[in-house]
Design a binder for this molecule. Structure first.
Ligand code: ADP
Ligand code: MG
Length: 608
């Protein structure tokens, strides 16, 4: 199986109007005529494809996605996923926004791919196509069906099918007939997707979204080939996943609080898990084979696409603004690591497997033929040798005789031909006496041999008909083949029994592993619960801290003003000109308490 690397593209979006207004500087550029990007003054990265600020949606589609659509039709599972900071252009590039209101040239990857898939279908009348669509989002580590919002999260499960492909059990799959139908489902799902306004992006996607198109292709009219040989109907099922990840973000920059803050933590932990998977797969010095796919839902869902059997393109989106330098550099580092990931794409249909199916069918037919032949030859044998017992020795001798008779017939034919030829030559060529004598001797000898063969046949068959020979030989040859086949069948049975035992053992092992897995899941859930509680506590404490610092500020202000009022400007006022601290009055203690000016307390204040 051929290994191919995950293809990595980087797209730099242009500065947005508000960024231009605020005089943001550009810190990421494409080096012209190369596939390289320079960030800052001297950090250069090379990728499979790079797209600068003037790149069009068409260019991105034709370069990165068109080949994926072709692979999809060939029978490969394919994935494109967009990675990057919030507001860097992922949803714009993938085309997962409000698609209906977008002008043609601005349409992203999904609408373009849908159009191309349906065009392929219309150009291929010899194949039956069945298209299904599903749309899922991962919001705060829960799966949501964007095409069936009533479906409870508990009814959606990530599982592996018998071929090892990741599937979402319980997700609605809508069968579609046209590109328009797919577009309206996409629009419907987009509307249901969790988005929100952050300081970084007005329509920030708060979830990871996976839009999937499954294609089932069945070749028409291949059930019976013209020559009558059996031919299987090709069956190809392949999938295209379009993944729009939620953006990585720095909580400080987005200015998120409350629910948004919690969302940010979940988004970042999912992306952290994805980063760990990319690092583990992309590390050439990797020692352990463990890839932490199970750390997050999104990594479990992308398992086939990262280090699995699909063909994958990762599009990393970056903002050009120097204010986002750190995030852009981080994204480029991830993208660079992802270039080391190798997948082993497999055709969901392969000519070899088709041939295997055919051969299996042929074997089945042969077995049936053999069985009926066996039955008929058994009855024949019992007729011919009614008095004989089936003795192996006799059978063996019979076989030998048949073989010799076969050889004999072959020689006889040669001699017959030589005889006629020599008769012709005798008349046409002048021979000396010695030669004539020799030839006559040969004729005599041949005549004698022919006679003796005839008598031996008459004797052995007792019927006196030479033409029966070949039939007898055929029966015996068939018997011999039958015996061989019986032996092969017995050997097959032994192998089958062995395999059955192995399967039993494997089943036991699987059961044990499932049991272990259940235990692990339980402990994992508990750990996650504890983790969640801790996170919530941190958030509460953070909020409390904010509240306290606010109150403290207010108190300080009121204290300062009241102090001023009471003290006035009179000569008795004993307040120093410049006090190092603002001292609130504690009513319970009845005296001034001194609060040192802590640097971290100021930090919290400055975030607002
Ligand atoms: P993300 O999904 O990464 O959070 P969006 O795709 O929502 O970011 O993009 C943020 C903003 O930038 C949107 O207003 C979008 O129209 C704009 N934008 C992104 N990429 C481009 C681009 N290549 N050309 C023009 N505008 C873009
Ligand atoms: Mg988005």
């Amino acid at each position: 199986m051929e290994e191919i690397p995950v293809k990595v593209a980087v797209r730099i979006r242009p500065l947005l109007c508000k960024e231009i207004l605020h005089n943001h500087q550009v810190c990421v550029r494409v080096i012209p005529n190369t596939q390289q990007i320079i960030i800052g003054r001297d950090r250069v990265f090379t990728f499979d494809f790079v797209f600068g600020k003037n790149s069009t949606q068409d260019e991105v589609y034709n370069t990165c996605i068109k080949p994926l659509v072709l692979s999809l039709i060939e029978g490969y599972n394919v994935t494109v996923f967009a990675y990057g900071q919030t507001g860097s252009g992922k949803t714009y590039t993938i085309g997962g926004g409000h698609v209906a209101s977008v002008v043609e040239g601005q349409k992203g990857i999904i609408p373009r791919a849908i159009q191309e898939i349906f065009q392929n279908i219309s150009e291929n009348p010899s194949t039956d196509f069945k298209i299904k669509v599903s749309y899922i989002e991962v919001y705060k580590e829960d799966l949501r069906d964007l095409l069936e919002l009533e479906t409870s999260m508990k009814d959606l499960h990530i599982r592996e099918d018998e071929k090892g492909n990741t599937v979402i059990v319980g997700a609605k799959e809508c069968q579609v007939e046209s590109a328009d139908e797919v577009m309206s489902l996409l629009e419907m799902g987009n509307a249901a997707r969790h988005t929100g306004t952050t300081q970084m992006n007005e329509h920030s996607s708060r979830s990871h979204a996976i839009f999937t198109i499954s294609i089932c292709q069945v070749e028409k009219n291949t059930e019976a080939a013209e020559d009558g040989s059996w031919c299987s109907r090709r069956h190809i099922v392949s999938k295209f996943h379009f993944v729009d990840l939620a953006g990585s973000e720095r909580v400080m920059k987005t200015g998120n609080t409350g629910e948004r803050f919690k969302e940010s933590i979940q988004i970042n932990s999912g992306l952290l898990a994805l980063g760990n998977v990319i690092s583990a797969l992309g590390d050439p010095r990797r020692k352990s084979s463990h890839i932490p796919y199970r750390d997050a839902k999104i990594t479990r869902l992308l398992k086939d696409s990262l280090g699995g059997s699909a063909k994958t393109v990762m599009i990393t989106c970056v903002s050009p603004s120097s204010l986002n330098f750190d995030e852009s550099l981080n994204s480029l580092k991830y993208a660079n690591r992802a270039r080391n990931i190798r997948n082993k794409p497999i055709l969901n249909f392969s000519p070899e497997s088709d041939r295997m199916d055919e051969m299996e069918f042929e074997i089945k037919l042969l077995r049936e033929a053999l069985q009926s032949q066996q039955a008929s030859s058994m009855s024949q044998t019992s007729q011919i040798h009614r008095e004989e017992t089936p003795d192996n020795r006799i059978l063996f001798l019979e076989e030998q005789v048949a073989q010799l008779q076969g050889e004999c017939l072959g020689y006889q034919n040669c001699i017959e031909e030589a005889f006629t030829l020599l008769v012709e030559l005798k008349d046409a060529v002048r021979l000396n006496q010695k030669q004539q004598h020799k030839l006559q001797e040969w004729f005599n000898m041949t005549q004698e041999v022919r006679k003796s063969i005839l008598t031996s046949f008459r004797g052995s068959r007792g019927i006196g008909n030479l033409e029966e020979g070949p039939q007898h030989i055929t029966v015996i040859q068939l018997k011999r083949e039958l015996k061989k086949c019986q032996c092969a069948l017995a050997a097959d049975e032994v192998v089958f029994n062995k395999k059955e035992l192995e399967v039993k053992e494997l089943k036991n092992q699987v059961q044990m592993m499932v049991q272990e897995n259940k235990e692990h899941v339980l402990s994992l859930k508990e750990a996650q619960k504890v983790n969640r509680l801790q996170n919530e506590k941190i958030i509460e404490q953070q909020l409390l801290l904010d509240q306290m610092s606010e109150e403290l500020t207010k108190l300080n202000l009121s204290m300062t003003s009241s102090a001023k009022e009471t003290c006035g400007d009179g000569p008795d006022a004993r307040i120093p000109e410049k006090r190092p601290y603002t001292v609130p009055f504690d009513t319970r203690l009845g005296h001034y308490i001194c609060i040192p000016a802590r640097s971290d307390a100021r930090k919290v204040k400055s975030e607002h």
